[in-house]
Design a protein. Structure first.
Length: 256
């Protein structure tokens, strides 16, 4: 009996000795967030490849460079690794008064945008102040080998003197996943061709996936306030998958 009690006590002591190590392992798995309160801090965090970035307050780029707003050097480029951006219920307003193709781009890496706040009021808005006819500018661009996952948030884009040549999200041979907590807004559309086809400019979501590319667009849900045009291939696993979503204007899928 005494031996059995001793054995049980030794076992209990061994289990208790493991608890601190187990606690360290659990805490080490938690992401370390870089909280940013200004656009300069955000740009630096992206440039320095900080994986987990969280907005600490609303950020507006209108006052950058003595009121000139963003320039080409301020482009947010997410590349060569995985990034997670937590909107945290805040609004990131990106404004540019000069011609530039996009505000944010994902190249050879991945970007997941979510909103961990309770209210889920996070948003990214863009305003192009020098829109030219025939140009197609974008709030977010996803290039080949890039991957964008939108889990939460509202994403909208406007321009001056007109907005109907702008895209909220545009990809060429990249991967885009839209989930249920997302709203893409770009309600203006310029149909430069036949009215029955979406061959104009200005989309909430636009994708051009070459037949030989590995790019995919997966729509699991979300709200699309604007036209959606997706060009893909009839791959076995489907380069375009629409499993949900609310489309206020309409969606056109073109298969090569």
């Amino acid at each position: 009996m005494r031996k059995r009690i001793t054995s049980l006590l030794l076992t209990l002591a061994m289990l208790l000795s493991l608890l601190p190590a187990m606690g360290v392992t659990a805490s080490a798995a938690e992401p370390v967030w870089e909280t940013v309160n200004t656009f300069e801090e955000l740009h630096t965090a992206v440039k320095n490849k900080q994986k987990y970035i969280q907005l600490g307050r609303d950020i507006d780029t209108s006052s950058l460079h003595d009121g000139l707003a963003m320039n080409t050097s301020d482009l947010l480029t997410f590349e060569n690794q995985d990034f997670v951006l937590d909107l945290n219920g805040k609004t990131l307003h990106l404004k540019m008064k000069i011609a530039n193709p996009c505000f944010m781009q994902v190249v050879d890496g991945s970007l997941t945008i979510k909103d961990n706040s309770t209210a889920k009021t996070g948003a990214i808005t863009g305003f192009f102040g020098a829109v030219k006819g025939g140009w197609q500018d974008h709030l977010i661009f996803v290039g080949r080998n890039g991957s964008l996952t939108l889990e939460d948030g509202t994403f909208s884009v406007e321009g001056d003197p007109f907005s109907d040549v702008l895209d909220a999200v545009f990809t060429i041979d990249g991967n885009v996943t839209i989930k249920n907590g997302v709203k893409l807004s770009q309600p203006e559309f310029d149909d430069s061709g036949y009215g029955r086809d979406l061959d104009g400019y200005g989309y909430a979501l636009r994708a051009e996936l070459d037949k030989g590319s590995t790019g995919k667009v997966i729509i699991e849900g979300g709200e699309f306030d604007g036209w959606v045009q997706l060009t893909g291939s009839q791959a076995e696993n489907g380069s375009i998958q629409i499993n949900g979503g609310t489309f206020k204007k309409g969606v056109q899928v073109l298969l090569q």
